[in-house]
Design a protein around this ligand. Structure first.
Ligand code: AMP
Length: 423
């Protein structure tokens, strides 16, 4: 047997997935977001320029495709990849299509691809819902955006057991100065014993040192300079405003001074929603501000923006622990039509067609099974009624309808069936 590719999943029951998307659609409509779609394949360069060459995602986890089309179509060195996230794609779509109305408030969802080591909650093909506000400088937008996410998790998905971690990592200039300061600290005797991986991070992706799992490194970093203490006046004031506005909107959060997120394009506000109920991979949504991204990927000018991405698989894991609190829409009642013999199949087809046209959910048992096994099947399918068609029914233009819960049986005219089932 050919098995599925490592790190991918088959979803045979999408009830929870659909529930999350349906709830998100209605929630985001209230906040005036629209749905957009971008391609799953993009130029590798898009992510190299935006996420950053030295991030884990770009340096180790990209699924790159070398096109093998007609020679004339393939530019030398052109590389296409499967998208590892959607923010850069949405920013590209904004710039490429010359969207004029800002803030551009959009969401998109679908598969993302990262060549990671698969484990619970971590896949090579996974699904994200990505929400973006492109073209807004206002820090109040961040407060409203975070409140929107918090309300979604709390009120729409009925999640309670989670934390919102928040940090402010300054503007590009602050970050540049801070990176130098942090590298200075790491070069000092106080940090002589950091691990090999952190030595590499120090050169290429220094803000990520705080994610190191080594306890000695963590001990050393307790004395490292913090970004919040090294920000310009404007960023210091915006950080204060953000905290005040979140309090005004009754959003509970925990300040995590070492939260930086994995991708290079973030600045100022960064946040993560995480839940202990998820185990090691505990973050289910992350985001922040990305003021330079549109400019970085070739837009005419920078567009200050904020966005977030949530991992649908991880939210599904959380909802599975919470099913009793959710109002997941019930499937419509199922009616099962049973022709007792081949001679009744034409009639079964006609009756089923009439019920389908009336919007009634019907399964027609056409495999020529015995009455006993058809009854078993109807039970297994969770049928509301079994509609039996034997010789008598055919001759008398009737049907025998069995209520599968009470066991009660009635004989009614075929012309009355739709009315009877709709009752
Ligand atoms: P990121 O795009 O890395 O900021 O991730 C945003 C969210 O996507 C995370 O909080 C996770 O919930 C989810 N996520 C990221 N990578 C994976 C993965 N490999 N498998 C499943 N979910 C993921």
């Amino acid at each position: 047997m050919i098995s599925r590719v490592k790190g991918t999943q088959d979803f045979l029951d999408l009830t929870l997935y659909d529930f999350i998307i349906d709830q998100a659609r209605s929630h985001l409509a209230v906040y005036n977001f629209s749905h957009v779609e971008t391609p799953i394949i993009e130029h590798l360069e898009l992510f190299q320029r935006s996420l950053g060459e030295h991030t884990d995602v770009v340096s180790k986890e990209m699924f790159v495709i070398e096109p093998k089309g007609e020679a004339s179509e393939v530019k030398p060195g052109e590389k296409i990849c499967l998208r590892p996230e959607a923010t850069a794609s949405v920013a590209r779509a904004f710039a490429e299509n010359g969207v004029q109305t800002t803030p551009w408030k959009v969401f998109t969802y679908g598969p993302m691809f990262r060549y990671e080591r698969p484990q619970k909650g971590r896949y090579r093909q996974f699904h994200q819902l990505s929400i973006e506000v492109i073209g807004s400088n206002s820090i109040a937008q961040d407060a409203q955006f975070i409140k929107m996410l918090d309300r979604f998790f709390h009120e729409k998905l009925k999640l309670n057991n989670y934390a919102l971690l928040l940090n402010f990592i300054g503007c590009a200039q602050d970050r540049k100065a801070y990176v130098e300061k942090l590298q200075g600290f790491l070069n000092s005797p106080a940090a002589a014993q950091i691990c090999g991986q952190c030595l590499v991070r120090k050169e290429h992706n220094v803000l990520r040192i705080f994610d190191c799992k080594t306890s000695l490194c963590q001990e050393i970093y307790k004395n490292a300079p913090l970004i919040a203490d090294n920000m310009c006046e404007q960023c210091t004031s915006e950080w204060k405003q953000l905290q005040e506005q979140l309090s005004l909107l009754s959003v509970s959060y925990a300040y995590k001074p070492t939260l930086v997120r994995g991708l290079d394009y973030y600045n100022k506000t960064v946040f993560e929603f995480s839940s202990e109920n998820l185990g090691a991979q505990n973050a289910f949504c992350g985001g922040g501000r990305y003021d330079q991204l549109v400019g970085q990927i070739g837009g005419r000018e920078d567009q200050p923006s904020i966005g977030a991405a949530m991992g649908i698989e991880r939210i599904m894991l959380l909802l599975e622990q919470n099913l009793d609190k959710l109002r997941i829409p019930q499937k419509p009642a199922l009616q099962v039509i049973m022709p007792f013999a081949k001679e009744q199949q034409m009639l079964a087809l006609l009756l089923a067609d009439e019920l389908h046209a009336a919007g009634i959910t019907v399964e027609t048992l056409l495999e020529g099974d015995s009455i006993k096994s058809m009854m078993k099947k109807a039970n297994k399918l969770g049928a509301a009624h079994a509609i039996m068609l034997g010789e008598d029914e055919q001759q008398n233009r009737t049907v025998t309808v069995k209520n599968m819960i009470t066991g009660e049986q009635v004989i009614i005219a075929q012309t009355e069936l739709v009315g009877y089932l709709k009752k």
